[in-house]
Each structure stands twice: as structure tokens, then as C-alpha cells.
Write a protein that binds this ligand. Structure first.
Ligand code: ARG
Length: 544
């Protein structure tokens, strides 16, 4: 696939010796792209910029792609792509299966750790963001030809199961009749019980030992709690239309047998040392050591994550690890990565990235919470959006709001604004898709099946084609930088260009070659909008 912007850049760089940093032209009369490369070179060489520009224009070989290069103002070089070339690229987007998303030259095996809710607790807003963002990464990286292994690192192990199991036995609860909300209520009762009764606290502690020792009855109740929770998570995943399946579940408990192995390995090789009864690793640059095993002999979150890294690199053979977990856990992951590097579990050839994300805020600008001040559940959030719009639109609204501003930023949950079909929203893009689809449906009913963009005389048509030619690079950039807002911004720009195109260029009412070409341009745009939305996890409805 012809990737225009990079081809242009390469050819200019071959002569100029530096990255031309191509920018889209600010006005149609300046062509399609502009570079200030001559100004920068002139500065370095101490020569007049226009003279440098003239030399470059003479030497740069772009005749097959562009009209003769033009020098503007103090020494900018303007590029205007041949309309045949633009038409060819737009046609390719329409006809090739991947719409210009190239297959990467070196596919990697990527583990993405995301969603990761906790057993016997409902998914909250943080899990919502993690699920949406992780889902987008999975879709983008798979589309590029990488092998993606999602890992849903659910919290299915830990001391809390001691009190949960004791509370179940005491109340005589039948877990088959429990749902996730019921399990969460049980959690709260058990917790209150633990605070108020030392006898119960003692029993809970003993129960943890039974669980760890593999006691059959305890294990069975624990397993049932997981089943109840999984059913609840899966309901939410279905509602959210994400690609996660049960096959991606890799909860903390699967590492149980590895924890002592990791601890012994780190201790034997002198990576970890005993300090105040605990086994710890001191890492430069961190103000507290990483705790591998606490003084009571228990293994915690950090040791589990080290075991998970060993598994992901050693067994799953991943060479890129991505963790989509809220910003408050940044320190944890930096430290875990540092320990894993030190221990050799994470060789330099393997990239490890924590992608943190900000909070969802309520209308009052404070962390989004219920009237009682507790964290909002994911389902209640979906309910709130669905009070404003139909489910598919409400979901698009939430996902787009989550992905379209920088991930690190907090964003305000404003259901009304998010579902609007105007402005930079998910529903606006869905609407743009439905509208172009409506035009094509009419034409198709009359027998149109054109597949070539052949006429691009109008600047508004050229602008659409130009944007279509950039799709592949935008997707590649998201896979590289893990910044979905770039794709959102691109699709928003494309939808805007499409609507200017409608205003300036009649489609159904034109005739002959122009009509066929405009329809093909519409079809290519519909395809890119649908593909792009799909990469964000958003449905592209046929009508709206
Ligand atoms: N269960 C954790 C939470 O709800 C998130 C787990 C993230 N993944 C990991 N490998 N630590 O905060």
C-alpha cells in the first residue's frame, strides 16, 4: 500500500538530510502539504532561505507524486499531490481488505493486561476505563498483524477470601442463588463483621490457611465465588461489546505455585534480601523496597506481578507487555518492572509499559461517586448514559469520551454532552457513518457498484482523499504510542471533511464520471469510518 505522507517525507529527507516535518497545508491554495525544511537548513548553513528552497526544489524527486513544487513566503515549500495519485490511494483504501492499515514488518507478541476487576466486587469506573482502553489496544494491534494475548488479571486470591468464606458458612448462604451485587453485599457484611468481632477475625485468618492448604470445602466455596463474579463480569463485557473472553482470564491465583519459587530464586541469587523479617528488593530510585514476602510469610500483589511477568515472557513468549491500570498504580509498576529487569525476568528485548489513565469526574468536578460517596459501578454508569440514548449510542458516547482526550487526563462524565450527535463525540461519528451509508444505499439501489475514485477536481474532494491516505499511518501511530485520541481526532477530522464535501460537491445529483467517482469516494470514507470506529470498539450503525 502506498503510504503517501511517509513516501513524501522519505524523498525530501533523501535530499535535505533532515526530517521535513511535513504539515498539512493550512489553505487549499497552498496545496496539500507544507514543509519548513529550507528555513531550518538555511538557518544552519547561514544562507538565504529562498535560495536553499530553490536548490532543494530542483533536486527533490517527486515528479511522479506531486505537481512541480512551489516556494512560498520566506522559503516554505508547498506540495500539491497529483490528483491521479490521490485518486489511486483513495481507490486502494476502498478495494484492499485492510483499508490501508499495513501489516507490520516485525509482528510482536503483545500481552495486554487490562480490565482486571476483583472477585466479589462490582466493576467500578476505573475498570471501565481499563476495559475500554485495553480493548482498543487489542483491536489496533491485532489489525496491524501483531499477536495479542489479553490477560484479565482478576483479583481472585488474597486474605479477603478468609472472611468471605467464614461469612458464607455462618449465614448458610447458597452461592448458586447469588449474583455479583449479592456477593459484594456479602463482602461488606464480612468486612463489618471482621471489624467488630475478634473471634470472627481469628476464624477468618484460620480460613486463609485452609484455603492456601487446599481444604476441599474452602476451595469449593472460593471457586463458587469466582464463578458468581465471572458471570457478573461477563454480563458487563457483553453489554460493553468488548473482545475479552473467558480464555483471557488469568487471575492472580494461577500464580500461587510460582510465588515461593520466585521468592527463593530472588533470594538465592542475592537479588532479594531479608530485612526486618521480610524478603525485599532494594531498587535505586525508589524510596521503599519492593516487598516479595512479608514478615508473616505471605506473598502479595508485587510478588504475584513478578510471577506474572515470568509467565508472560517465559511461557507466553511476549516481547511487549502493556498494563492498562489507573495512574495511582504507576509506582507499583515502575518498581515491578525495575525488579524484573534486575532479576532477568524482563530482558532488554522485551518492552514493558504501564499505561495509566486519569479519573472520571462528576459534574461537580470531583471524583465520580454515588450519593452515598461510594465508587460508582460500571453498570450504573452505563444506565446513566442509556437514560439519554439508545444502548448502541450510549456505549459509543462513553467509549469515545474515554478515548478521545489524552488518557492521562481526568474527564467529566456528562451523559448529555457525550451522547450529542454534534461536536466531537462518538454519536457524531456514528451519525456521519449512517449519513454516508444512506447516500450509498440510494445509489446502490439504483445499481451503483463503482470502486474507483477517478475525478478529484474540487479541493473538498481532495481533502477527503488526502485524509483517507493518512488512515494507515494514524493507526500505526496509535499502535506505537498507545494514544487512541489520535485515531479519534483523525476520524473527527475525516467526518468534518466529509460534511464540507457534501456542502460543496453534489453527489447523487451529479452525473457521469464525476458521480461515480464521488460515490466511490463516499464508499471509501464509509469504510474508513467503520473500520476506525471498530478499532475504537464502537459500532458503526447503518442508519440512525
Ligand atoms: N485488580 C487490580 C485492581 O482492581 C488491578 C490489577 C492490574 N493488573 C496487574 N497485573 N496488577 O486494582
Amino acid at each position: 500500500m502506498l503510504s503517501l505522507p511517509s513516501l513524501l517525507s522519505e524523498r525530501i529527507q533523501a535530499i535535505a538530510g533532515i526530517d521535513p516535518e511535513l504539515r498539512p497545508a493550512t489553505r487549499p491554495q497552498f496545496g496539500h502539504y507544507q514543509t519548513n525544511v529550507a528555513l531550518r537548513l538555511a538557518n544552519a548553513e547561514g544562507r538565504p532561505p529562498r535560495e536553499v528552497a530553490a536548490r532543494l526544489v530542483e533536486q527533490i524527486d517527486l515528479a511522479d507524486l506531486c505537481e512541480p513544487l512551489e516556494i512560498a513566503g520566506p522559503g516554505f515549500i508547498n506540495l500539491r499531490i497529483h490528483t491521479e495519485v490521490l485518486g489511486r490511494v483513495a481507490t486502494q483504501v476502498l478495494t484492499e481488505p485492510k483499508s490501508g492499515i499495513g501489516t507490520v514488518e516485525h509482528p510482536r507478541t503483545v500481552v495486554i493486561d487490562y480490565s482486571s476487576p476483583n472477585v466479589a466486587k462490582q466493576m467500578h469506573v476505573g475498570h471501565l476505563r481499563s476495559t475500554i482502553i485495553g480493548d482498543c489496544f487489542t483491536r489496533v494491534l491485532r489489525a496491524q498483524g501483531h499477536t495479542v494475548i489479553p490477560q484479565n488479571h482478576i483479583g481472585d486470591w488474597g486474605r479477603q477470601f478468609g472472611m468471605l468464606v467464614e461469612q458464607i458458612l455462618e449465614e448458610g448462604i447458597d452461592l448458586r442463588a447469588l449474583d455479583l451485587a449479592g456477593a459484594e453485599a456479602l463482602y461488606q457484611r464480612a468486612n463489618a463483621h471482621l471489624q467488630s468481632s475478634t473471634a470472627f477475625a481469628d476464624r477468618a485468618r484460620e480460613r486463609v490457611v485452609l484455603l492456601q492448604g487446599g481444604d476441599a470445602e474452602t476451595r469449593q466455596l472460593w471457586q463458587q465465588l469466582i464463578e458468581v463474579s465471572k458471570a457478573g463480569f461477563n454480563d458487563t463485557y457483553r453489554r460493553m461489546n468488548v473482545v475479552l473472553t473467558d480464555a483471557d482470564l488469568a487471575g492472580e491465583s494461577i500464580y500461587n505455585d510460582d510465588l515461593a519459587v520466585v521468592a527463593a530464586d530472588l533470594e538465592d541469587r542475592g537479588v532479594a534480601v531479608v530485612d526486618d523479617g521480610a524478603l525485599v528488593v532494594f531498587v535505586d530510585g525508589f524510596n521503599a523496597p519492593a516487598i516479595i514476602r512479608n514478615a508473616a510469610g505471605g506473598f502479595g500483589y508485587t510478588c504475584t506481578d513478578l510471577a506474572a511477568i515470568r509467565h508472560r515472557v517465559g511461557t507466553l513468549r511476549a516481547d511487549r507487555l502493556i498494563y492498562v491500570v489507573g495512574a495511582p498504580q504507576t509506582y507499583h509498576f515502575e518498581q515491578v518492572f525495575a525488579v524484573a529487569r534486575l532479576a532477568g525476568y524482563l530482558p532488554e528485548t522485551v518492552t514493558a509499559q504501564h499505561v495509566g489513565f486519569g479519573q472520571v469526574l462528576g459534574a461537580d468536578g470531583k471524583k465520580f461517586s454515588t450519593r452515598e460517596g461510594t465508587a460508582v459501578t460500571l453498570n450504573s454508569l452505563l444506565d446513566a448514559a442509556e437514560r439519554e440514548a439508545a444502548p448502541a449510542i450510549a456505549l459509543a458516547a462513553i467509549k469515545y469520551a474515554d478515548l478521545s482526550s489524552g488518557l492521562q487526563k481526568d474527564y467529566t462524565f456528562d451523559a448529555q454532552r457525550m451522547v450529542a450527535t454534534t461536536g466531537d463525540t462518538g454519536p457524531y461519528l456514528q451519525y456521519a457513518h449512517a449519513r454516508v451509508n444512506q447516500i450509498l444505499r440510494k445509489a446502490e439501489a439504483e445499481g451503483f457498484d463503482g470502486d474507483a475514485v477517478t475525478v478529484l477536481a474540487e479541493p473538498a474532494e481532495q481533502q477527503v482523499a488526502l485524509l483517507l491516505s493518512r488512515f494507515g499511518e494514524v493507526v500505526a501511530a496509535v499502535g506505537e504510542t498507545l494514544q487512541p485520541h489520535r485515531l479519534c481526532g483523525y476520524l473527527y477530522e475525516l467526518a468534518g471533511a466529509l460534511s464540507s464535501f457534501y456542502e460543496q460537491c453534489p453527489v447523487l445529483k451529479s452525473g457521469g464520471d464525476v458521480r461515480a467517482s464521488r460515490l466511490a469516494l463516499c464508499a471509501a470514507t464509509r469504510k474508513v469510518l467503520a473500520t476506525g470506529l471498530d478499532l475504537l470498539g464502537i459500532e458503526a450503525p447503518e442508519r440512525m
